[in-house]
Design a protein around this ligand. Structure first.
Ligand SMILES: *Cc1c(COP(=O)(O)O)cnc(C)c1O
Length: 404
């Protein structure tokens, strides 16, 4: 494993002061920072090969097309998809979920059921509610327990022949719970329901194998994986992608257009209307290479150590309560301090250079379950260190003293 201090130096943004204090970045659940290789690759693209793709015969266009398609290939290999055309570039997780939810409009009838879970991000709730409104389908929710774990017995009860689709996250962004998605997928398939996995929070930490999981859709965002914003991936099984209608109409997604009839392009272009985020797609590939170079074993080992250390140290603070205590958990710690509003703690620790997220984390139903306005969330990446945890603990202690 590369020394963590060395790894941190891959990220130029981390080497700065905020409010006169060294920056301690613990808001990785919202977006990760970018290593220099990723930042440089963006400049390199625009300096050397920028051109529109899949269009011109000229050399630059060919180079840009080749680089874009090579990135698709990298994603295919990384997630072990069977075919490269099962990998679609999107704007991000939200975009990918909406693509599938829109496509399902023509497949659903009144009374059909969609199952999600209590642990979902708003972007894996609202598109399904909108789909239900369009079709008369009914939304069902897998409940969770006090630890923030899904109640699998209740899931068994919800599944039936009416279930057409199950959409759950791999890892909860608010609580860090790692969900038993393989079990969830297998159970759904017994009822011939499709399964969509929101992998936005998992992809930076776990290398998912979509064939082993046998999921129908797996979705993530580059910006949480050391890549740029505005680009993401939707993996879909070939059979589903062939069945789903296009999401948007326009250039690039057609075979032939006349005013009488238009035929659609083959996969994956059927779903990629218009000029995409070319630099984003290419650099997403660079980010994937970077993560694999660090290695997912090293990533998980470092993050596990950080999670254990931070949990132990934070719990030494009197009145501090961790929300989300699942047995299977990734490096996310949501907490509250008795008598303090999360927003006030967040504001004070920021003055001390520590960046955490405060609020509902786009998961209001989880906050309603625990009957809290929000939490303070520290979320770690492999480039964080024990010193970062120490800085967090000191800052939280100071904030508590000032507020109580
Ligand atoms: C961040 C996140 C999303 C939304 O991702 P965008 O990049 O904002 O589209 C969805 N689900 C989970 C679990 C997330 O963590």
């Amino acid at each position: 494993m590369q020394e963590v201090t060395n790894i941190k130096s891959d990220f130029p943004i981390l080497n700065q002061q905020v409010n006169g204090k060294p920056l301690v970045y613990l808001d990785n659940g919202a977006s990760s920072q970018k290593p220099k290789v990723v930042i440089d690759a963006i400049a390199k693209y625009y300096t050397e090969i920028n051109a529109n793709i899949h269009r011109g015969v000229h050399t630059l266009s060919q180079k840009a097309t080749d680089a874009y398609e090579a990135a698709r290939k990298k994603l295919q290999v990384h997630f072990n998809a069977k075919y490269d055309y099962e990998i679609l570039f999107t704007k991000g997780t939200t975009d990918g979920i909406n693509l599938v939810a829109n496509g399902f409009t023509s497949f659903l009838n009144e009374g059909d059921e969609i199952i999600i879970s209590h642990l979902e991000h708003h972007s894996n709730i609202v598109p399904w509610q909108m789909l239900c409104e369009r079709t008369g389908a009914v939304l069902k929710v897998i409940p969770m327990n006090e630890n923030g774990e899904l109640v699998m017995a209740a899931y068994d009860e919800l599944l039936s022949d009416k279930t057409k689709l199950v959409a759950v996250n791999h890892i909860s962004n608010a609580l860090g719970t790692i969900n038993p998605i393989k079990k969830i997928i297998d159970k759904a398939h017994k009822f011939n329901a499709a399964v969509l996995i929101d992998g936005a929070q998992a992809a930076p930490h776990i290398k998912a194998d979509v064939q082993a999981l046998n999921c129908d859709f797996y979705i993530c965002s580059a910006h949480k994986m050391c890549g740029p914003t505005g680009v993401g991936m939707l993996y879909g099984k070939e059979a589903w992608l062939r069945k789903l209608p296009p999401y948007q109409g326009g250039g690039e997604m057609i075979k032939e257009v006349s005013f009488e009839k238009t035929t659609y392009a083959d996969l994956p272009h059927k779903f990629e209307a218009g000029t995409p985020n070319i630099a984003g797609g290419i650099v997403f590939g660079v980010a994937i290479d970077y993560l694999n170079k660090v290695g997912f074993d090293s990533i998980q080992q470092q993050e596990k150590e950080l999670l254990n250390y931070a949990t132990t140290e934070l719990l030494k603070i009197e009145g501090l309560k961790i929300i989300g205590t699942a047995k299977e958990k990734t490096s996310v710690i949501s907490f509250n301090i008795e008598g303090c509003h999360p927003y006030d703690i967040g504001t004070i620790v920021d003055k001390l250079g520590v960046a955490v997220r405060t609020g509902h984390h786009c998961t209001q139903p989880i906050m309603q379950f625990f009957n809290i306005p929000g939490t303070i969330r520290a979320s770690f990446m492999f480039y964080n260190t024990k010193e970062d945890v120490d800085a967090l603990v000191v800052a939280v202690k100071k904030a508590k003293m000032m507020l109580l």
